[in-house]
Design a protein around this ligand. Structure first.
Ligand code: ZN
Length: 244
């Protein structure tokens, strides 16, 4: 069926140089949007990752102290595959991140330090696809990112951060939204998106009995083709874009 023009996703804005991607866990960016990051770094843009936790509660068979080190290493390797060399971690606890001023302040401080024009985060809605309940960490972090975009620019909110206020965030792009508005063509970078997810090998091996490469490929290619009809038939990574 051919959709009308209003069904079509718009291309992401191109007039920016620095992005900061803020998510709760190692793997949140790789499950979906790493191919878009590769497309951006290929164009010479700078993308920095900020992980609110080390994902230490993510592997059932591995105790948190050990898991944190493994997952931090895997995240840095995942980032490198898509051209991201700056990866930072905050010390919030996996599974019990609290939405509130403390989290907003940590994120505002990072935004002031990195001065991004674009923020990227993960679906903060209650559900995925309407009926799959989202995790408390994703809800807390996604909401705090949307809020911190404004906090970072107001010198009277969190006045004691090290860096000066930064009111230059122009958009917050939410990955994994049920109601996306924009997309990035990932024809040329889909393979790196697969490789990037595949770097989370310890996590994937604990999660599924499938061959990790088959698992990563099916997932990333599946996502990329899902919304293709709404973006000229091209494999794409979609975002819900909140302009400021
Ligand atoms: Zn997550």
């Amino acid at each position: 069926m051919v959709g009308d023009m209003t069904d079509q996703l718009a291309p992401m804005p191109g007039d920016w140089q620095r992005a900061l991607a803020i998510v709760a866990h190692p793997d949140d960016l790789e499950y979906g949007c790493a191919s878009a990051v590769a497309a951006w770094t290929d164009e010479g843009r700078e993308v920095t990752y900020l992980l609110v936790t080390r994902g230490e509660a993510g592997i059932d068979t591995l105790a948190p102290a050990e898991s944190a080190a493994v997952r931090e290493r895997e995240e840095r390797a995942s980032a490198a595959v898509v051209g991201v060399t700056r990866v930072e971690f905050l010390d919030h606890l996996d599974g019990v991140i609290e939405y509130g001023p403390a989290l907003r302040k940590d994120l505002a401080a990072a935004i002031r330090r990195h001065r991004p024009e674009l923020l990227i985060t993960l679906n903060p809605d209650d559900t995925w696809g309407g009926t799959y309940w989202n995790t408390p960490d994703h809800r807390a972090v996604g909401r705090a990112v949307l809020d911190a975009a404004g906090d970072a620019g107001n010198r009277w909110i969190f006045p004691d951060t090290e860096a000066e206020p930064w009111n230059g965030v122009r958009w917050v792009a939410v990955s994994g939204s049920d109601s996306p508005t924009h997309a990035v063509d990932v024809t040329a970078t889909l393979e790196r998106g697969v490789r990037s997810l595949l770097e989370h090998r310890a996590y994937i091996e604990a999660l599924t009995t499938k061959d990790p490469e088959t698992y990563a490929r099916e997932l990333i290619e599946g996502f990329a083709h899902q919304e293709a009809p709404r973006f000229g038939g091209r494999p794409s990574v979609t975002f819900r874009l909140y302009p400021r």
